[in-house]
Write a protein that binds this ligand. Structure first.
Ligand code: ASP
Ligand code: MG
Length: 427
C-alpha cells in the first residue's frame, strides 16, 4: 500500500499569519515520515469576499472598497510572514491585478464563467503564500497549479470531474515527485479544476474536501486528513446542542448519510471516491493536532451514538389533485419536472393516496414561482418557518426529548434514521 497522505486545510486554518505558522508546524511534523500532498482553500472568508466583488461588478456597481479590503487582508498577512524584498509581494500583486482586470471585463462573459475565473483566485493567493512560507521556514515544498491535475467538464460553478483524464494527469505530474527519495511537500488548490478548453472551473462551494478526495483517489493514497477548527465530526451542531459529542469513528455509509442530510463538516461528495478505494478519512483539529479526531473507514463503529442534523427555514408543500383523484405517476412526473425547472432542492418527500408532500429550503426566489406553477394544476397548501430534524441511530427517548414543545407535521422512519418536519410551538 502506498504511504502517500493527503491533507486539506480550509479557510479557518489559514485565516492569519499565526494560523499559517501553525499549519506549517503540522506539515513539518508529518513531512519527514510520509510523502505529502496538501490541498488548501482560500484564506478566511476570501471566497465570500470574491463573490461580493463579482456581484458588484456584474451589476455595474463600484467594487473598489471591497477589492481594497481584500488586498489589504492579504498584504497584512504577507507583511507579517516575509521580509519586504521577498518575491511573494510581486506574485500576490499579480494575482490581485488579474482579479481587477477580470472584474472590469466581466460584462462580456457569462456570469458562471466569470465566477469560476474570478472566485477561484482566492485559492491561488492562499497557496502561493503558504508554499512560499514553507520554503522560507526551511520545509521543502512545490507549488502545483491544480488546473494541470484535475480535468472537468465546463459546467461552471459545479464542474463534473473527468476521472480518467484526472488520473492520468496526476500520475504524470505528481506521482514522480512523490516517488523521489525525500520528496518535497506538494501544495495545491482545493475547489478548482480545469475544463478541456483550458478554462478554470470550480467544483461547488466548500469543494476543497472533494478536491482532496479526488487527488487521494487518483494517487491511491493511504489516508486523507481534513484539518478543522472543531475536534472532529460531532453528533450535532454545537450551535443547537451545548452537549454535542465527538464521534470517534464512523463508517463511510454513516459519513455519507450525515453529509447528505445536511451535516456541514464534510462536503457530501468527498466520501464516495475514498470509499471506492478504501482510503480512510480523518477529521482532526488544527488547534489540537495530537487529539485523535474522527476516523471514517469501512468498519462499522462499535458504539452507536445518535446524531442530529437540523435544517431550518423549511417550507412544507402539500400537493393534491384538483379533481380529488389519486396522486399517480403522471402527477408525480409533473411535480418533479417543475421542481427541476425551478431548481428547488427537495430535502424530504412523502407520498400518500391523496397528496404529495415536500420539505424544501424556503428560498422565495425559487419557491414562489414554483408555487405559482404548481397551483395551475394542483391544490397547493404550504406551511413555512418549519425545521427538518434528522436523527441517525435514534431511539424513542431522543425523539421524545426533541419533540418537547414542538408540533410534528411529517415523520419518516427507517431502521437507522428518523426524519421529522416540525414547528417550534406545541399544538
Ligand atoms: N474556498 C471555497 C469556499 O469557501 C472552497 C472551500 O472552502 O472548500 O467555498
Ligand atoms: Mg473556503
Amino acid at each position: 500500500m502506498s504511504a502517500i497522505q493527503v491533507f486539506k486545510f480550509g479557510g479557518a486554518s489559514i485565516i492569519s499569519a499565526d494560523a499559517i505558522k501553525n499549519i506549517s508546524t503540522i506539515i513539518q511534523r508529518y513531512k519527514g515520515s510520509t510523502p505529502l500532498v496538501v490541498v488548501i482553500s482560500a484564506m478566511g472568508k476570501t471566497t465570500n469576499a470574491l463573490e461580493k466583488v463579482l456581484n458588484l461588478a456584474s451589476s455595474n456597481k463600484d467594487f473598489s472598497d471591497d477589492m481594497q479590503a481584500l488586498s489589504a487582508y492579504h498584504y497584512q498577512i504577507i507583511e507579517q510572514l516575509f521580509p519586504k524584498q521577498a518575491s511573494i509581494y510581486n506574485e500576490i500583486h499579480a494575482i490581485l491585478d488579474k482579479i481587477e482586470n477580470d472584474l472590469k471585463s466581466i460584462s462580456k462573459a457569462s456570469y458562471n464563467y466569470s465566477y469560476d475565473r474570478i472566485v477561484s483566485q482566492g485559492e491561488f493567493l492562499s497557496t502561493r503564500i503558504v508554499s512560499a512560507y514553507l520554503q522560507s521556514a526551511g520545509i521543502p515544498s512545490i507549488y502545483k497549479d491544480v488546473r494541470t491535475l484535475i480535468r472537468t467538464d465546463n459546467t461552471y460553478r459545479e464542474a463534473k470531474v473527468n476521472w480518467e483524464a484526472t488520473g492520468l494527469l496526476i500520475s504524470q505530474h505528481i506521482q514522480p515527485i512523490l516517488n523521489e527519495a525525500n520528496p518535497p511537500v506538494i501544495i495545491t488548490q482545493g475547489f478548482i479544476g480545469c475544463s478541456e478548453e483550458g478554462e478554470s472551473t470550480t467544483l461547488g462551494r466548500e469543494g476543497s474536501d472533494y478536491s482532496a478526495a479526488i487527488i487521494a483517489h487518483s494517487l491511491d493514497a493511504a489516508c486523507v486528513t481534513i484539518w478543522k477548527d472543531v475536534p472532529g465530526v460531532l453528533n450535532a451542531d454545537p450551535q443547537y446542542f451545548s452537549d454535542a459529542q465527538l464521534l470517534p469513528h464512523l463508517s463511510y455509509q454513516d459519513a455519507i448519510e450525515l453529509a447528505y442530510y445536511g451535516a456541514t463538516v464534510i462536503h457530501p461528495k468527498t466520501m464516495k471516491p475514498l470509499q471506492n478505494k478504501n482510503i480512510p478519512l480523518k477529521v482532526k483539529s488544527f488547534l489540537q493536532p495530537d487529539a485523535n479526531g474522527t476516523l471514517v473507514d469501512a468498519k462499522e463503529p462499535l458504539a452507536v451514538i445518535p446524531s442530529f442534523i437540523f435544517k431550518t427555514n423549511q417550507l412544507l408543500i402539500s400537493i393534491s389533485p384538483k379533481d380529488f383523484s389519486f396522486i399517480v405517476e403522471e402527477n408525480i412526473s409533473d411535480i418533479f419536472n417543475l421542481l427541476a425547472h425551478y431548481r428547488v432542492k427537495v430535502n424530504l418527500m412523502q407520498h400518500s393516496a391523496l397528496s404529495f408532500q415536500l420539505s424544501v429550503d424556503n428560498d422565495a426566489s425559487k419557491t414562489q414561482p414554483l408555487y405559482a406553477a404548481l397551483s395551475q394544476k394542483f391544490i397547493v397548501e404550504y406551511r413555512d418557518g418549519l425545521e427538518l430534524i434528522t436523527v441517525r441511530n435514534y431511539n424513542q427517548a431522543t425523539i421524545e426529548r426533541l419533540m418537547k414543545n414542538k408540533t410534528q407535521w411529517v415523520e419518516q422512519k427507517n431502521s437507522h434514521t428518523v426524519r421529522l418536519v416540525v414547528s417550534k410551538e406545541a399544538n
